[in-house]
Each structure stands twice: as C-alpha cells, then as structure tokens.
Design a protein around this ligand. Structure first.
Ligand code: F6R
Length: 617
C-alpha cells in the first residue's frame, strides 16, 4: 500500500528519497512523487506509473534541497494519475503533504473550506489546505502546532507527513492507525512508513503510537500528543540487515523467499523451550506475555482472526488447537468480525495472525475483541508492529523481511507459530505433559530438512507449469489440513498469474462444483498419506471420471496409490507430524504459481492491484 519517506539534513535529499521509495516499491503502488523544500519554494514532481517514470522526470528537471518527502500511492480516492499522485500542496504553495490511509470526513472538511479550489480528487489534499489555514492563523509560524490542530479535525486512518515553506529544515508527521517510523542518524532526520526505507541509514528507530505527532529536524526528533505534551514513541532496534532486503542473486524476491523457508522455519522454532526456575522439564514459552496463565486456563473458546494467506495459516491453527488443547476454535475473516455480533467475553481468546502486524482489518477486529475484555495473542512477523504492541501476548514468526507481495515464508512460519500456540495452550491447560510437548517440538525440528527435500522438486514443478501455464481455470481440492493448502494454492495462483483458480473441500465437489469439470480441466489435489487419504482418492476418481487432468500432491506413503489415478504426482517426504504436513505441501504450489506467472511474463513481486500491507479497510 502507499509508502512514505521523508529526509531532512542531507545534501541531496531527493536521491535518498528515491532510494527509500525503491525499497518501499514492494508494498504495491500506482503512482509516485516527491516534494522538496529549499526555503524559497516547495517543488513537486509526481507521476502515474512506476518509479522509473518519476526518475526520468527528475532527470529532466532535477530538484535540489536538503529537505523533502516522497510517496508511492496506491489509489483509494481518485484514479491513479499525475494529479492525484502525492504530494499535495495547498493553493498558496506554503504546505505540502503526503498521506497513507483514508480521511473519512474529507468531504465535510472540504465543505468547511468554502470555495477553496482543489487540484485533485483525493481525500488527502484537504490536509494540506487545513495545515496552511492553521499556520496562517498562528502568530508565529509553527508547523507542529498547525498539524496538531489539523489532526484534531480528522476522522479515519492516517499517517501524514508535512513540510512548510517557512520551516525548511523541518518535517512534521502524525500517526493514527497507519504505521509511521521516525529516526535520526548522523545529522539527518528521517521518517518512513516502513523500516525497509530506513534500514540503510540506521537500525535504531522509533514507531509512533496512535495520536502521536513528531517534529523531525537534522538535530533529532521530538514527539508530542495532540495537546502538545511530550510522549514516548516505541523505540526499538531493527533485527535484520540490508542483505535480508536484497534479492541476493534470485530473479525475484518471491523465489528467494520460497527458498528461505527452511531457515525461516528453523528460526521460528529456535529457543522455544525455557527451563523453569528451580529446574524441571523445559516449558514452551511465548515471546512477550502480558497475560496471566490462569486466564488462559479459563478460556472456553478461541477466535482466530486474519486475512488472506494469514487466514489460511489460521485454518491449520484451528486443527492444531482443537486437537492438542481441546478448545473450540472459529477462524474468521478479520474484516467481517466486527460488523456482526460475535459472542466474545473475557473467556474468549483471540489469536490475531498477520505478517505485517499492520493490516487494518485485523487490528480493528482484535481491538473490537479487546473492547469486550477478550485477551488477544498476536502471531506476527514484524517486530514492534501495531498488532504486536497492542496484544496481550505475542508470538513472533522469524521469517525475516518478506518483500514479495505474495506471501510465502511468512505463511509457513505462521503455520509453525500456530502449532506452537496449540502446544502452548495444551501445556498451560494441562492437556499435555511437558515431555509430550518437547517430543512434538523435536519432531517439528525435522521440518526444515524436509523442506529442503521439497525444494528439490523445483525442476518437476517448472515442467508442470510449462505444460499448464495457459490453463484458464484451476481447481484445488483438499480435506482436513489439505483444505487450507488448497485455498492457499488457489490464492497464490490468482494473485500473481491472474488466472482463475478456486479451492473446494474435496467432499463438497459432488454438491455442486463438480459441474464445472470438463475434459482437460486442471484439478490440483492435496493427497498426502494420512487419515483422509482414502477419501481423497475417491474424490480424485470422481473428477478423473469426468475428464479432469489431476495433479496430485502426495507423500512417500501415498504415491503408489496416487499413481494409479492421477496424471501427475509430486512426491513429498513424509512430514514428522501430520499437522506439519501443510508446511511441506504448500511449497510445490508456491513454486507452481511462481513458474506459471513468470512463464506468462507477469510481474511476480508486484502483482497488479495488490499491496503488501493493507492499511485501509
Ligand atoms: C497473499 C497475501 C495477503 C496477505 C493479507 C494479510 O499472498 O500476502 O493475502 O496475507 O493481506 O496480510 P498480513 O499477514 O500482513 O496481515
């Protein structure tokens, strides 16, 4: 989604801004722009399209200044064109703004500005007009005070970043429900929507909390609340380095991230056992727990809330928690949760799953549950993200930065995180002995090596992608732990190849979807050995009998039977535990989507219309 970077105190701020925007490209965007402040005028260049277009415009018309802000826009209000691209400048040319999020009351605010002329169709531009008006009303120009007055009028979600002509060394930012980071290093002040834009300058950053406003100068930054009282942001050290955010020889970030899964899973499993004080069998622990274990023992229901790929990981989580901890679990699309009447009370545990920790739907659903005094545990990848900070307990996945829009290593580590949570709840509630928990953990420790074996299937998968890259419709079917993987396989394929794909519980086929099968239809069946395997074989036969071509994802224990019925079989190693099977079986589907999309010449890392971090509802 939209990206922001601001720099003040650097000789060539624009060069730094463009580099920062390049690191934010992965978030998905459709236009980009910069504004510089040299104390004489605010100069803006903005273009629809990719950063390359903006770079060319800047080559023709260079901007020189030590203060500036840049933005990549993912359109919400107004089509993606030059006019609607950010930054927006007020009509007097004194204030410029870039904005992530949505200002919900912008029409009302616009009406309050009388006959002011607006240069764009965006909700964001109104913030520049308001800031200019507030500045003009002050005896002494002070952008920080003006912005405080502006944000007290706004409704919605935003991170805003302002510059004003009269304060050429100053950037002022404000945050409410959209991420914003500030930093200072070597006489330069920075702000950004994402640490990826700042990592080449510093790893010491401060995440603003909702309602905080910061003034950034080359000397440092100060943070205040809406009344101007000093407040503390969330300061932390980023635990990954620049290398992790580079392609390192792979053609695409997605391929690199698929191949990083053995390490990411190993890192997520690492150091999960703590010896209790005074000795005894080591116990599984969460990273940050602000909850009493007694509270967890009183839980009688769990809601898992997430979106997209994270939701599919949550579906595996349901199986694990119900199986090990014996608590009923509902998995729900986060964006639906607060618009019905979910039965939530202090005995309901909410598990919110998110790679970014900044998905507004998931954050809003979790806070809706917290309002009803339900404890919330978050399973997130980005350390210090909003969801991690707001939850009562956090379990981090250690996938490292995920840059490709299509989630891969975050997904497999989320599944591992869900398994850990299932074991943790079983341990806390006395459903499993500590020795049983550590025995299963030891078995999960074999998953990274099994993943390496799965990655060796890449050549076979590529051949299948070559054969089926034009298949207009692909159906994915599965049962039990295979169903979330069927759904994830279909999502990956449509996201990056734009081919129609759907997933169904294999048993549902005969209740309707099987009508879609015609000779040559491609059906991908998740059919590893396990307690639903024979049922899967029947479902494969049903589609086969109607002319489908079947690609089965099997395992060593199921391959012989599968070869009798399927056209192609990819054979995975047997997982060390049935519930760890999805971590392995999703990998060929990730590779299949990747190879289909590259064969079709699509932009794998930045698929059309999609954004990496979805900060609007
Ligand atoms: C798909 C994908 C999305 C995200 C979803 C939630 O490949 O990446 O479906 O899973 O937008 O994002 P997070 O996990 O950041 O909350």
């Amino acid at each position: 989604m939209c990206g922001i970077i601001g720099i003040t105190g650097r000789e060539d701020a624009v060069e730094g801004i463009i580099r920062g925007l390049t690191r934010l490209e992965y978030r998905g965007y459709d236009s980009a722009g910069v504004v510089t402040n040299n104390g004489r005028d605010l100069r803006t260049i903005k273009r629809a399209g990719k950063l390359e277009v903006l770079r060319r415009a800047l080559d023709e018309q260079p901007l020189a200044a030590s203060t500036g802000i840049g933005h990549t826009r993912w359109a919400t209000h107004g089509e993606p064109n030059d006019r609607n691209a950010h930054p927006h400048v007020d009509p007097s040319g004194r204030v410029a703004v870039v904005h992530n999020g949505i200002i919900e009351n912008y029409q009302l605010l616009k009406a309050g500005l009388g006959d002011a002329r607006f240069a764009s169709d965006t909700d964001s531009e109104v913030a520049a007009h308001l800031a200019a008006r507030e500045l003009a009303a002050l005896d002494e120009p002070d952008l920080l005070t003006a912005v405080r007055r502006v944000v007290s009028q706004l409704e919605g979600a935003y991170s805003l970043c302002f510059v004003a002509l009269d304060e050429p060394d100053t950037i002022v930012v404000a945050k409410h429900e959209a991420p914003l980071i500030v930093a200072h290093a070597d006489g330069v002040g920075y702000c950004a929507s994402d640490v990826a834009a700042l990592i080449e300058h510093t790893r010491q950053v401060a995440a603003l909390l909702d309602g905080q406003i910061a003034r950034i100068t080359p000397e440092g930054f100060e943070v205040v609340d809406v009344d101007g009282a000093p407040v503390e942001p969330h300061r932390y050290t980023v635990d990954w380095d620049l290398d992790a955010a580079e392609k390192q020889g792979y053609d695409h970030f997605m391929l690199k991230e698929i191949h990083e899964q053995p390490q990411a899973v190993a890192d997520t499993l690492l150091d999960r056992l703590n010896a209790p004080p005074g000795g005894g069998v080591p116990r599984l622990h969460l990273d940050e727990l602000r909850l009493d274990e007694g509270e967890l023992r009183r839980i009688d229901k769990v809601f898992i809330l997430a979106c997209g790929t994270s939701l599919h990981a949550g579906m595996v989580g349901k199986l694990a928690i119900e199986h090990w901890a014996g608590i009923p679990v509902d998995v729900e699309v986060a964006s639906e949760f607060r618009y019905r009447d979910p039965i939530v009370d202090p005995h309901t545990l909410v598990i919110a799953i998110s790679q970014s920790g900044e998905t507004i739907d998931t954050i809003a659903a979790a806070s809706h549950a917290r309002d009803q005094r339900a404890p919330v545990i978050s399973l997130v990848n980005v350390v210090g993200s909003t969801l991690a900070r707001q939850a009562d307990g956090v379990l981090y996945t250690h996938a490292g930065p995920e840059v490709a829009v299509a989630s891969t290593k975050a997904f497999t580590t989320q599944i591992v995180g869900c398994l850990l949570l299932g074991l943790y709840l079983a341990q806390v509630r006395g459903r499993m002995y500590a020795t049983e928990v550590s025995d299963i953990l030891a078995r999960l420790g074999q998953v990274p090596a099994a993943l390496e074996q799965v990655l060796d299937l890449d050549g076979e998968v590529r051949e299948l992608a070559e054969r089926y890259h034009d298949s207009p419709y692909t159906m994915f079917i599965g049962r039990h732990a295979g169903l979330p993987i069927a759904m994830e396989g279909a999502l990956k394929l449509k996201e990056i190849s734009y081919l129609h794909a759907e997933a169904f519980p294999a048993g549902e086929m005969k209740h309707g979807p099987i009508a879609l099968i015609e000779p040559g239809s491609l059906v991908v069946a998740l059919a590893p050995a396990g307690h639903v395997f024979t049922k899967m074989v029947s479902n494969i036969q049903e589609v086969k009998a109607r002319g489908a071509a079947v690609l089965a994802i099997g395992s060593q224990g199921s391959v012989v039977a599968l070869k009798e019925h399927a056209d192609h079989v990819l054979t995975l190693p047997e997982p060390p535990h049935e519930l760890a099977g999805p971590v392995l079986s999703v990998v060929p589907l990730q590779l299949f989507s990747y190879h289909v999309a590259t064969r079709r010449g699509e932009d794998v890392d930045q698929p059309r219309n999609l954004a990496k971090t979805v900060t609007v509802e």
